[in-house]
Design a binder for this molecule. Sequence first.
Ligand SMILES: CC(C)(COP(=O)(O)OP(=O)(O)OC[C@H]1O[C@@H](n2cnc3c(N)ncnc32)[C@H](O)[C@@H]1OP(=O)(O)O)[C@@H](O)C(=O)NCCC(=O)NCCS
Length: 145
Amino acid sequence: MEIRRYETQDEAAVAALWRRVFRDAPAWNRPENDIRRKLSIQRELFIVAVRDGQLVGTAMGGYDGHRGWIYYVAASPEHRRQGIATALMARVEEGLTRLGCPKVNLQIRAGNEEVIAFYEALGYRVEERVSMAKGLQAEGSPSRG
Ligand SMILES: CC(C)(COP(=O)(O)OP(=O)(O)OC[C@H]1O[C@@H](n2cnc3c(N)ncnc32)[C@H](O)[C@@H]1OP(=O)(O)O)[C@@H](O)C(=O)NCCC(=O)NCCS
């Protein structure tokens, strides 16, 4: 298995994987737009897994100068429990550490609590926090529909 940075030719395969795996994602999270935005900021933290020429996993990281965040961790359903997401997470954490990031956060959608076991296996712990959000006016914002 190859763990490498996202490359332009991965777009269709990544979008297809996300549409399969994140079925309840809100409409404003259009994969092609999310990919394009990520390519303009810390694109080196957008990592994919490829096996036998097939894209089988993704993870996206970012460092804001205080915390690291991780998004879009996914392994294709046919390839789960083979260490793919673990390898992707390790690569993103390595990149964040290299940037000087001292701590990483991530969010899990309500109803998807089964993935807690995965993150706990990697050393993550649930913290009591309330997550709040607000859409801004940039393209792709929830408040712009
Ligand atoms: C969560 C997800 C990314 C895990 O990917 P994966 O490649 O199968 O994970 P790994 O093989 O690296 O798992 C590592 C360890 O995590 C734990 N783990 C992974 N999936 C688990 C599950 N469904 N239930 C319980 N433990 C799990 C196990 O300890 C596993 O080790 P083991 O297989 O030796 O027991 C994958 O199930 C997925 O894509 N889910 C849908 C998308 C999603 O919800 N992403 C998270 C958004 S917050």
